[in-house]
Design a binder for this molecule. Structure first.
Ligand code: PBG
Length: 328
């Protein structure tokens, strides 16, 4: 019905840059990017993460400068992770109003108006055991963790976060956080839920950056099985019912089908997290001269957008913003 060769020749529309631009189905713009950043306690601290070249753990005074640079590049939002001075069994520094991430949020809000501030809400970087919740008999106790997560989210919101992003995968945490925010009168603070977050080996470099690897066991008791896609739809539906404003699929590259299914089923913005392992693989290959970094990164991010992601969290964000500006 569409006709066939020699009448139909798809190459006609690939002949020139102009034609290719006209028929391009997927755009990648700086406004699609969210830049993750790591806040550490102290002043004047700027340490590169060995497995994430070009990514730094920074004290709030320096992080704010990097956030300002992102804003100047046109990146609309940053996603902030925090590290504590001290870890304990409950991860109590996570809800300390004077913590590194809370300080960073306040500084960025003050000095970089216009930049959207999102905070990761989780306990794994703050607990001695490195799990994402409170332990009871060496198991992460779901319902006990909810109250702790609500405290963390409240503390971030009080510091000025526009969106809080729970990444722990406890059941009911979006509802618990929504209620806590509303009761505190913080009805305008939104929730970006890591709704379909898989138990992935691609988080390795992040755990080095956040010093958040579990000291025993793994996260398969709360994060999703990579084999499951239908279950992702259930997770997203539950989070939306509980009040999530945006939903995330994570990681991105090995889960493009999940991104597509979430996009087709639900009318909310879909965020994909191009995670640390995905970044590290590209960096390592590029450093060896085995891949053209610019081309590969733009291809990966375009593919994530094509799968259906509205927004992409990526450690490549500042570099991509520069490439896009140069008209890559
Ligand atoms: C915390 C959290 C993790 C990531 C984001 N938030 C790690 C994990 O669940 O172990 C991973 C991000 C990345 O790999 O870039 N729960």
């Amino acid at each position: 019905m569409l006709g066939r060769f020699p009448v139909r020749r798809p190459r006609r529309l690939r002949q020139s840059e102009g034609l290719r631009r006209m028929v391009s189905e997927t755009g990648l713009e700086v406004s699609d990017l969210i830049c993750p950043m790591f806040a550490v306690p102290g002043e004047g601290v700027r340490q590169e993460v060995p497995s994430l070249p070009g990514v730094y753990r920074m004290s709030p005074d320096l992080l704010v400068e990097e956030a300002a640079a992102c804003h100047r590049l046109g990146i609309p939002a940053v996603l902030l992770f925090g590290l504590p001075r001290r870890k304990d069994a409950q991860g109590s520094e996570a809800w300390d109003d004077g913590g590194a991430v809370q300080q960073a949020v306040r500084l960025v809000r003050e000095r970089v108006p216009g930049l959207v501030v999102i905070t990761d809400v989780c306990l794994c970087a703050y607990t001695q055991h490195g799990h994402c919740g409170a332990l009871v008999h060496q198991q992460v106790d779901n319902d006990r963790t909810l109250e702790l997560l609500a405290r963390v989210a409240l503390s971030h919101a009080r510091a000025g976060a526009h969106l809080v992003a729970p990444s722990d995968m406890m059941d009911g945490r979006v509802g618990a956080i929504r209620r806590a925010l509303d009761e505190a009168g913080l009805t305008e603070v939104g929730i970006l839920s890591y709704a379909a977050k898989y138990a992935s080996a691609f988080y390795g470099p992040f755990r080095e950056a956040a010093d958040s690897a579990p000291s025993f066991g793994d996260r398969r008791g709360y994060q999703m099985d990579p084999a499951n896609a239908r279950e992702a739809l259930l997770e997203v539906e539950l989070d939306l019912e509980e009040g999530a404003d945006l939903v995330m699929v994570k990681p991105a590259l090995a889960y493009l089908d999940v991104i597509r299914r979430v996009r087709e089923r639900f009318p909310v913005p879909v965020v994909a997290y191009n995670v640390s392992g995905e970044y590290a693989m590209v960096k390592a290959a590029a450093r060896n001269g085995w891949l053209d970094e610019r081309k590969v990164v733009l291809e990966i991010l375009t593919a994530i957008r094509r799968a259906g992601a509205d927004l992409v969290v990526t450690y490549h964000a500042p570099q991509v913003a520069r490439w896009l500006r140069e008209g890559a």
